[in-house]
Structures are given as structure tokens and as C-alpha cells.
Design a protein around this ligand. Structure first.
Ligand code: MG
Ligand code: MG
Length: 249
């Protein structure tokens, strides 16, 4: 069942979301050749705690860190290690925070130094797919209108969407109904209503859509080793239209 939020609840979610957005903005310039993934994780945790939030992912189903860090062929849920980033890598940073019991969730994919043109295109197409998906989050549309907008844009660009992981409702839980796949025909699923809060998150592979999870039980990678990009925003349907709660201030 989709839980609709009051304006007051959305304001709480906006505070959690703002910490996440500002945290990602803080992390972006730290991404450079030589930086260790654990350093990004520590910076994220320090930031959220200094702002009075609680890291949402640490301990969630046993995830060991504040930040999900996914490099190159890693799709999502990478565990921060002492691996150093290299020029030409891309890194997905996925961050969540809790304020007064409400969650915010957002992700960006960042280039490490100079990256090649094809990889830059993958990153840009994924970010634009998120924008196009969010634009469908208006009252009266159906949920799969979001999914369809993401899929068609990504596939027309020659890339593929990941099936195994999806966007989600969000509120007092990190993952609430409804699930929001990044593929599907338009005009299906629940009608979008005032007070829905959704985390929309296209995961896009440069090659085939298949993914597998590594032995650490968390890190999802592309089966074919192609690069993958991920962007995510938490948004509220307010006054009929999408209001992005995780937009950087
Ligand atoms: Mg996320
Ligand atoms: Mg999410």
C-alpha cells in the first residue's frame, strides 16, 4: 500500500533530503585520482552526523557503511574499501539520511579526472533519464509512465536499464511501496497522487542489462563488465507536480 504523506511529513523528509543533497555536493570535489573509497565514506558519515542526521544505510540489513560507492562496472551497493580511485574511473555515490524518523535518499555518478567520451555519454544519458522520469511524476499519471520514460530514453541512446533493482516509495522506511522499475509500458500501476514521496533511480549499463552480486553479498556488477551509471532523487508529488527534495541548496 502506498502511504501518502502530509505537508508536515514532507517537510521532515525535506530536511533529511537536504542533508543528503548537501552531503553529495560536499563529496563531489573529493572525488579525484588517488582518493580512497573509505575516505569518502568517512567524510559522508561525519557530514551527516554534524548536521544532526543519522546515516540511513549503515546497518540497514547489515550494510557496513554510510555511503554506497560503486566504481565502473559496479552498478549499486558497492562497499567502501581501501581501493583508490584512478583517472578515468566513474564512481556512483549513493547516500541516505534519517531526520526525525524520516528518510532521504539520493545518488550521483561522478567522473574521476578525465573520462572518455563514451563513458561521459553514459553518465549524461543516465542523469537525463532521471530528469525525464521525474517529469512524469505528476498527479493523474500512472506509475509506469515514469518507468517508460526512463526506459525509452535510455534504450534509444543505445544503453540498457537494469531490471533487478528499482526505485521505491520512501518515508518512515527507506524502501516503501510502490516499487518503481526503470522499464515498462506506460499507463500501468497506481495513479500518482498528492503526497506520494518517491525515490526514482535509473541504473544504466553501457552494455547488456544483466547484473550479478559479488561474494560480499552486496556489490552488484554488470555481467558483461561494461560500465554502469546511477542517479537518484527523492521527490514529493506536491501541488500536482514533482518537487525534488534532494536538490542541492
Ligand atoms: Mg539510494
Ligand atoms: Mg533508493
Amino acid at each position: 500500500m502506498v502511504i501518502l504523506k502530509s505537508k508536515e511529513e514532507i517537510q521532515c523528509m525535506a530536511r533529511a533530503s537536504q542533508i543528503v543533497a548537501d552531503g553529495l555536493a560536499m563529496l563531489r570535489p573529493l572525488v579525484r585520482p588517488g582518493v580512497l573509497l573509505v575516505h569518502l565514506d568517512q567524510a559522508a558519515e561525519d557530514f551527516i552526523c554534524a548536521r544532526g542526521g543519522v546515516p540511513a544505510f549503515k546497518g540497514y540489513r547489515g550494510f557496513p557503511a554510510t555511503l554506497c560507492v560503486s566504481v565502473n562496472e559496479q552498478v549499486v551497493h558497492g562497499i567502501p574499501s581501501r581501493r583508490a580511485l584512478l583517472e578515468g574511473d566513474i564512481v556512483g555515490l549513493d547516500l541516505g539520511a534519517i531526520v526525525e524518523g524520516f528518510y532521504g535518499d539520493s545518488a550521483i555518478t561522478v567522473a574521476v579526472g578525465d573520462i572518455n567520451e563514451d563513458v561521459q555519454r553514459l553518465v549524461s544519458i543516465t542523469e537525463e533519464a532521471l530528469n525525464l522520469g521525474m517529469a512524469q511524476a505528476v498527479v493523474g499519471n500512472r506509475l509506469s509512465d515514469i518507468s517508460h520514460a526512463v526506459q525509452t530514453y535510455v534504450e534509444d541512446a543505445g544503453f540498457s536499464v537494469v531490471r533487478e533493482f528499482v526505485g521505491h516509495g520512501i518515508g518512515r522506511d527507506l524502501h516503501e511501496d510502490p516499487q518503481i522499475p526503470n522499464y515498462g509500458l506506460p499507463g500501468h500501476g497506481p495513479r500518482l497522487k498528492e503526497g506520494m514521496v518517491l525515490a526514482i533511480e535509473p541504473m544504466v549499463n553501457a552494455g547488456a542489462p544483466g547484473v550479478r552480486v559479488l561474494e560480499d553479498q552486496w556489490t552488484a556488477v554488470t555481467q558483461d563488465g561494461s560500465f554502469s551509471a546511477h542517479f537518484e532523487h527523492t521527490l514529493a508529488v506536491m501541488d500536482g507536480t514533482p518537487t525534488i527534495l534532494t536538490r542541492p541548496s
